[in-house]
Design a protein around this ligand. Structure first.
Ligand SMILES: [Zn+2]
Length: 391
């Protein structure tokens, strides 16, 4: 029997006839999903695969086309290319994304969606990874034609002894969030004598955060933005002393690029006219939309990694789903900077599974994807995302 891709299959592969409800029988997989296969990355014209019967999903007896890669011998199905691969409750993912980006904490989302909070946490991690890849994929072809604003959003993990910055880069006129990184900080500000002693004890046990973490985080943030900018980059920030050395570090590897750095004192009124408005607005939306960053909350992040997962969800919502102005028009930030032609819904964002090896991830995003950002006080046993079969 001959298939659409011109490969003649042996009878043993086709003798399982599909039920009338079988779907995707005309679907052609775009590449081999096995990351170790030489046909995982491009060159699909020479890729040979065969249709290999059907996979019946136990929960609803629905059938999906299976395939066999002729090169690596791996079997997979149409489900392998779905963002909901391996999920039992397939309709849950988009609803978790929507619930989390509308202010619910994990347990609240669990109660709303009638799912254990551990399921919500797993979905949050998956959505965070997907959001990260979604942004990274868009950035591969983006050209930044507007001034960019950078700033550090201060929050904490585990307890107030472990503050950290989320560094954000946003388009000054589009408000599109082009990237984010994190920088662990040392607790500063007013402390009681007891709190000072506790800080000494914790630092003796766990070590001090790198004093140049803000510089590193900001350099990692600015570098990829600079790579994508059209001509000299007009970069706006406040007067944080770590930013000029961060800019020099980002420039060091890119001698042909140029940055015009403009500083605005952070005490200036945070109005619409403030040159840093785009990033101030992103800060406000993060606090408004994500329970873990509210002030005086019990929903604070227990792990920085959890906060970064949520940030992956935030950037997709902020850039592609949320309208720029609630009362006027339907334009999103992604539409304003030419990266989309219509507003997206979560179902659109999750239509297609994204594979980490097929998307360029600048540092430190591979660590975010693999969940390698550890909270020192929690010690061993923090889960890292294992790239199981093909992922
Ligand atoms: Zn293969």
């Amino acid at each position: 029997m001959t298939f659409g891709n011109g490969i003649r299959s042996s009878p043993s592969m086709t003798d399982r006839t599909p039920s009338p409800g079988a779907i995707y029988s005309t679907y052609s997989p775009p590449f081999c999903p096995n990351r170790d296969c030489s046909f995982h990355l491009g060159n699909s014209r020479q890729w040979h695969y065969v249709r290999d019967g059907f996979f019946t999903r136990p929960s609803d007896q629905r059938q999906f086309q299976r395939f066999l890669c002729r090169h690596c011998g791996r079997r997979f199905s149409t489900r392998t290319f779905s963002a909901t691969y391996w999920l039992r409750r397939r309709n849950l993912l988009a609803r978790v994304a929507q619930t989390l980006s509308n202010g619910a904490a994990l347990r609240q989302a669990g109660r709303i969606l009638e799912a254990p909070h551990s399921t919500i946490a797993r979905h949050q991690a998956r959505l965070g990874r997907h959001g990260l890849l979604f942004l990274a994929e868009a950035m591969e072809t983006a050209t930044i034609k507007e001034p960019v604003v950078v700033d550090g959003f201060e929050t904490f993990e585990y307890s107030q002894y472990f503050p950290f910055h989320i560094n954000l880069a946003a388009g000054q006129s589009s408000w599109f969030v082009y990237g984010y990184t994190d920088s662990p900080l040392r607790r500063k500000g007013r402390m009681t004598e007891k709190q000072k002693r506790e800080r000494v004890r914790l630092e003796r046990e766990l070590g001090r955060p790198d004093p140049r973490a803000v510089e590193t985080g900001m350099a990692d943030l600015i570098g990829p933005v600079l790579d994508r900018s059209h001509g000299p980059l007009e970069l706006h920030s406040d007067e944080h002393p770590a930013y000029p050395p961060a800019i020099r570090r980002a420039m060091a590897n890119r001698p042909d690029r140029q940055i015009d750095h403009c500083c605005t004192p952070s005490v200036e009124a945070r109005t619409h006219e403030n040159p840093l408005f785009a990033v101030n607005l992103a800060d406000m939306l993060i606090r408004h939309s994500h329970a873990n960053h509210r002030r005086e909350t019990i929903a604070f992040s227990k792990r920085r990694m959890g906060a970064l997962d949520r940030l992956g969800i935030f950037v997709v919502w902020r850039n592609w789903i949320k309208r720029r102005r609630e009362k006027k028009g339907t334009e999103t930030a992604a539409m304003d900077c030419g990266l989309a032609d219509r507003p997206l819904k979560w179902a659109d964002v999750l239509k297609r599974r994204l594979f980490p090896n097929r998307v360029a991830l600048p540092a430190p995003w591979p660590d975010y994807y693999r969940r390698r950002v550890l909270t020192p006080v929690l010690g061993e046993g923090q889960t890292e995302h294992q790239l199981k079969y093909a992922f």
